[in-house]
Design a protein around this ligand. Structure first.
Ligand code: NDP
Length: 298
């Protein structure tokens, strides 16, 4: 019987430890979220971030430029937030509209207000193993593995996906935990064989149920980062989600086949309810840590 690694339990624990740290500060930590346009998924994510801020006593402010905002206008907004004393952390909700220079906007966020850990300075600190805001999703996965006592040191970890926000920082964080790390991507040959060597497999590719039985070593721990919406009844049934599909007309699955994962892995994160809640918990952690830094150096 495999163990389910619940992200909500870890989120609750992380937020619980943040509360007394927030209460000790001379003013509430401030997080500004820049949400451009009206992407429905982004609206849901931002609402839940702002709600979590309110529950914790963090000032959560949403800045809402229109879909038509230019790169220059967004840069001006970010610069304004960089200057504000009551804002400790800034996150720009992705994706930005196609006409916007995403890299310029993200890099305009001051390194010491970088809620997401995307700024090149903070990426450099991550490579060097020095404290700095860290990318929220992989940082949350490390917290989850620690919470459940899943060993990392000396284990062979395979990270499937090499994005700047998940795959690469995940690989670096596992390396700092003394795992032996392999990174795979779309050009990797013999993908199932490579993945099948993993004691710890992290899948972050954005492909519905791509990782099947032959990718998973029996007894491995599998972390499924993917969030993929399934809108086809036959596909939902094949993935064991027929009932949910019948009631909601859709379902969400990860990058790993849910039935295969439950059968072959020793422990795994479900989708939904696995990695998702950790991302918010680590966004709050980064915000509090930045506020502590700002207030203690004020
Ligand atoms: P990206 O699209 O930025 O990166 C995907 C990566 O997967 C790339 O490195 C790509 O390789 C690799 N890849 C794609 N297809 C294949 C394939 N067939 N075989 C091997 N490798 C492949 O995605 P993200 O990292 O941003 O996100 C990945 C998933 O995680 C998405 O489903 C996303 O929604 C989800 N996510 C979930 C979060 C959460 O909080 N739960 C947070 C962030 C993301 P290459 O570089 O060669 O193109």
């Amino acid at each position: 019987m495999s163990q389910i690694l619940h992200g909500l339990a870890v989120q609750t624990e992380i937020l619980l430890h943040l509360k007394p740290r927030i209460q000790k500060l001379s003013r509430p930590p401030g997080l500004a979220v820049v949400l451009v346009g009206h992407d429905p998924a982004s609206e849901i994510y931002v609402r839940s971030k702002v709600k979590t801020c309110a529950e914790l006593g963090i000032l959560g402010e949403t800045v809402r430029p229109p879909e038509t905002a230019t790169t220059e206008e967004l840069l001006a907004i970010v610069e304004g937030l960089n200057r504000r004393q009551d804002i400790d952390a800034i996150m720009v909700q992705m994706p930005l509209p196609g006409h916007v220079d995403t890299r310029r906007v993200l890099e305009a966020v001051a390194a010491d207000k970088d809620a997401d850990g995307f700024h090149p300075t903070n990426v450099g600190y991550l490579v060097a193993g020095r404290p700095a805001p860290r990318a929220c999703t992989p940082a949350g996965i490390i917290e989850l593995l620690k919470y459940y006592g899943i060993p990392m040191a000396g284990q062979h970890a395979v990270v499937l996906g090499r994005s700047d926000i998940v795959g690469k920082p995940m690989a670096l964080m596992l390396l700092h935990e003394n795992a032996t790390v392999t990174i795979c991507h779309s050009r990797t040959r013999n993908l199932p064989e490579v993945c099948c060597q993993a004691d710890l497999l992290v899948a972050a590719i954005g492909r519905t149920a791509f990782v099947t039985e032959e990718f998973i070593k029996p007894g491995a721990t599998v972390i499924d980062v993917g969030i993929n919406r399934v809108t086809d009844a036959a596909e939902a049934a094949r993935l064991g989600r027929a009932e949910e599909f019948a009631s909601k007309g859709k379902t969400v699955v990860g990058d790993v086949h849910p039935l295969d994962m439950a059968r072959v892995a020793r422990a795994y994160t479900p989708v939904p309810g696995g990695v998702g809640p950790l991302t918010i918990a680590m966004l709050m952690t980064n915000t509090v840590e930045l506020a502590e830094r700002h207030l203690c150096s004020a």
